[in-house]
Design a protein around this ligand. Structure first.
Ligand SMILES: *Cc1c(COP(=O)(O)O)cnc(C)c1O
Length: 221
């Protein structure tokens, strides 16, 4: 028993009511934990490490939608391109260029989110608002034809300060709306923000995709 089933079912129905997609973050948890949730009908799973994702994808059902939510190195892009469902953490133009290159080779279109830096910590990755705007214009010019930029992703500061987290999420929401205005009529519709300890604040700020691990699978070692 890996999954807190009651909590998962409650969470899933609460989020579904609000049209928010739940990505179950299974990093560091065994394949058996994913199978437990899969048996309840869940299909969206999030992983942070390429090798771990490859190992799990190999043994688990093929209809799982794998979300790569970690920091992706350019030299590992090639390995996940054939089967990844959504890459959340695109945090540099270099990475976007590499995803374009590898996606073109396999002849597929790859869905990604651009990561925005909203936290006060220096360790978190991502673009600032200005860089995002510049990038939006390149996207509009179809510089990355094999990449579908579906939206934005961000991580708030790890702090008890609710006001600060709320502000960071609102900043991300604002950037999301601005980019949507630059890319009218596009597939730019996903706002990925909110984790176990702050997803309620993210809901208030208008998220439509949350990435939740420990609340479902228990804390990680
Ligand atoms: C680990 C992780 C999560 C899930 O964190 P929990 O606190 O366990 O819900 C969400 N997003 C990213 C980017 C992560 O690395």
């Amino acid at each position: 028993m890996f999954v807190n089933k009651e909590r998962y079912l409650q969470l899933f129905s609460d989020l579904q009511e609000k049209n928010v997609c739940l990505v179950a973050v299974s990093k560091t948890k065994p394949a058996a934990a994913i199978e437990e949730l899969y048996a309840l009908g869940h299909r969206d799973f999030g992983e942070n490490y390429v090798q771990e994702l490859l190992t799990k994808a190999d043994v688990l059902p093929k209809d799982i939608r794998w979300h790569f939510i970690g920091h992706l190195q350019s030299n590992k892009v090639k390995q996940i391109i054939p089967f990844v469902y959504l890459i959340h953490g695109v945090d540099s133009e270099k990475l976007l260029v590499e995803i374009q290159k590898q996606a073109q080779k396999t002849g597929r279109q790859v869905d990604v989110l651009l990561q925005m830096f909203i936290a006060s910590e220096e360790t978190k990755f991502g673009f600032n608002a200005l860089e995002l705007k510049d990038l939006a214009f390149l996207i509009k010019e179809n510089k990355f034809p094999n990449v579908r930029v579906r939206g934005l992703m961000g991580m708030a500061s790890f702090t008890e300060d609710v006001g600060q987290v709320r502000q960071e999420f609102l900043l991300l929401r604002k950037a999301f709306e601005e980019l949507k205005a630059i890319l009218p009529g596009s597939d730019f519709t996903i706002l990925s923000m909110g984790m176990s300890n702050d997803y309620e604040l993210a809901l208030d700020a208008g998220t439509n995709m949350v990435r939740i691990g420990s609340l479902i699978f228990g804390s990680r070692n």
